[in-house]
Write a protein that binds this ligand. Structure first.
Ligand code: DC
Length: 224
């Protein structure tokens, strides 16, 4: 059986980019769990469901299909929402709904079901601490707030996502960092057995090969 790799860390630390590249190198599937919180937020905004009304959000979520394709597509109730969920407004809303305990338990159960077969690189905030506590490789990825704001800005431009300026993005990142690390339910924190990688001054390929070399011993053991 293939192993699972958990990557956690604050927003815009490079988790998704690295996980996607690493997935290609290993023949593993990348699952971006943040996309599931973003879908929940998008549907709330579209349907005027208050982001702090836990019961209403959960009722809506129970009736929501979220599909993450191996190619990185995000489909909600059959609609491709890959771009819509990346707007700044939805980032903030996702942070809010992700604080709700029963939203988390619904999505965590879906994530655990998806990863059952092994062979996944899952990125999020609580993967190493809650979702995949037994993951063979756990990474806690960080980067300076400046590096993260700049990367998110560039990413928005490249993907044609409507974007705020760098200073506004930096402020939003700071706010989300605070909210994600201070919430009562599964706050963002490094798992005791996770390895921390600061990506501020590393290239994507350097980070990928660092994680690859951490995973390699487990992978060759699985194959023998
Ligand atoms: O990784 P991201 O920026 O797309 O995540 C969007 C929000 O969802 C983020 O503010 C924190 C939350 N999130 C979470 O609480 N747990 C996860 N496993 C993934 C994301």
């Amino acid at each position: 059986m293939k192993i699972n790799i958990a990557i956690d860390g604050p927003s815009a630390a490079g988790k998704s980019t690295i996980a996607k590249k690493l997935g290609e190198k290993l023949g593993y599937v990348h699952l971006d769990t943040g996309a599931m919180y973003r879908c929940t937020a998008l549907k709330c905004v579209r349907n005027n469901v208050a982001l702090d009304d836990e019961e209403a959000v959960c009722r809506m979520l129970a009736d929501t299909e979220i599909v993450l394709t191996p190619e990185g597509g995000v489909f909600m109730d059959g609609e491709d929402v890959s771009t819509a969920i990346r707007q700044d407004e939805i980032s903030m809303a996702a942070s809010k709904v992700s604080a709700l305990k029963n939203v988390r338990s619904d999505l965590v159960a879906r994530q655990q079901e998806m990863a059952k077969a092994g062979g996944f690189i899952m990125d999020g905030r609580d993967i190493g601490t809650v979702v995949l506590k037994d993951a063979e490789v756990k990474i806690f990825m960080t980067a300076s707030p400046e590096a993260r704001a700049e990367r998110r800005y560039r990413q928005n431009i490249e993907k044609g996502i409507p974007t705020s300026d760098i200073a506004t993005i930096a402020e939003e990142i700071r706010q989300r960092d605070y909210d994600d690390t201070h919430r009562a339910n599964s706050p963002l924190r490094k798992a005791d057995d996770a390895i921390e990688i600061d990506t501020s001054d590393l290239t994507i390929d350097e980070v990928v090969s660092r994680i690859y070399s951490l995973a390699e011993p487990f992978i060759s053991r699985e194959e023998n």
